[in-house]
Design a protein. Structure first.
Length: 365
């Protein structure tokens, strides 16, 4: 067999491999639309939202459940989007009011207009700055000129002024149009983001949790909420299911199974419930047992406030964390005194602290 015959399969293999590689790269390059966020940026935004939502879950959980329209999200998120905190920037997109509803097609069209405007605006701006710089140099030269040369410099300045004015003419409408497009885009993105998050809330496919909500919110308004969820799920969040959310879930379990006929019965039921929490609540069990003094006060305050049964969970949790964060030295000492011992499971109503103290020691809290 000739050498050319031996090399033929190798040549065909190389050509075929190169062809397939080019094709694969083309497919990968064309697949989907550019989102404006790479995976690292998307996952970082997701983790930001996880931290925000878990920290404020007792404030927003019930409101999110009762959300009736996209604009209701403005009232839900505005109270927790404090301008003095880092939470403000990620939540601002959902709090900004807008007069125009947006679709993905509308957003793409406005963004394309802005991209198309960038090059002519850049050229006009560069020409404008160049003529202004020349005029500035001429003005400086006029200030230094003396005698007969001063008249020549004045003529040159007159010419530069005309050039600067001519350069300003195409720049102004382009700059005005860009400003209008950017202002419109800001409103459209806010509307699109709220519509997307509202669609997630009404979807029966996902349970309402901080992590699921963060997965949907992370990509908005750069992509649809479904695509955001799909991409976020490719990498697990390392900060999800933190202490505050675990405490909330434990309180939901305790209050749901508690006797709510009277204040004392509710306190007693939650007291016994903490000592017999299932193993999946190990972390919040230790947390609530340690801070039983503050939790008991939160339960009594919430019960006297007479919230709706479904709102009682959020109200108790909110008051509990507020009391924990504002403890005085006396309260810290009492917290240590009244903490629950978790060594043994209770039988009936047996605990490390007498129920007499539970029912009467903080009746005026």
């Amino acid at each position: 067999m000739a050498i050319d015959d031996l090399s033929l399969p190798i040549m065909w293999s190389s050509m075929l491999q190169g062809h397939l590689t080019d094709s694969d790269e083309t497919v990968a390059r064309r697949r989907g639309r550019r989102s404006g966020l790479n995976d690292d940026e998307l996952h970082a935004r997701r983790d930001q939202f996880v931290q925000i939502f878990e920290g404020a879950w007792f404030d927003i959980y019930r409101e999110l459940q009762r959300c009736k329209k996209p604009d209701d999200l403005i009232c839900i998120f505005t109270p927790i989007a404090n301008p003095q905190t880092w939470w403000h920037e990620p939540l601002a997109i959902f709090c900004r009011s807008s007069s125009e509803s947006a679709s993905a097609a509308t957003l793409r069209r406005v963004r394309a207009e802005l991209r198309g405007l960038a090059e002519p605006l850049c050229r006009a701006d560069e020409s404008k700055r160049h003529t202004e710089e020349q005029l500035h140099q001429t003005n400086w030269a006029l200030a230094q000129a003396h005698g007969g040369s001063r008249r020549m410099v004045r003529r040159a300045r007159k010419k530069k002024r005309k050039e600067a004015w001519k350069a300003e003419v195409p720049y102004r409408p382009l700059a005005k149009k860009e400003k209008q497009l950017r202002e419109r885009l800001i409103q459209l993105e806010a509307s699109f983001a709220r519509q997307g998050l509202f669609s997630f809330l009404k979807s029966p496919r996902y349970t309402l949790t901080p992590l699921n909500l963060a997965n949907a919110a992370a990509g908005l308004p750069h992509m649809g909420w479904r695509r955001s969820v799909t991409r976020c799920k490719k990498a697990a969040s390392k900060i999800a299911n933190g202490t505050m959310f675990q405490v909330f879930k434990a309180m939901r379990y305790l209050v749901t199974n508690a006797n709510r006929k009277s204040e004392n019965e509710l306190v007693a039921s939650i007291h016994d419930g903490i000592l017999s929490l299932p193993s999946r609540y190990q972390l919040p069990k230790a947390e609530l047992a340690k801070n039983w003094f503050s939790l008991r006060r939160a339960i009594r305050q919430s019960y006297r406030n007479d919230p709706l049964p479904k709102a009682l969970i959020c109200d108790i949790t909110k008051r509990y964390f507020k009391l924990i964060c504002s403890q005085s030295q006396v309260e810290i000492a009492l917290t240590e005194q009244f903490k629950l011992t978790l060594a043994k499971r209770p039988e009936g109503r047996t605990s490390s602290q007498p129920m007499k103290a539970d029912s009467g020691s903080d009746r005026n809290d």
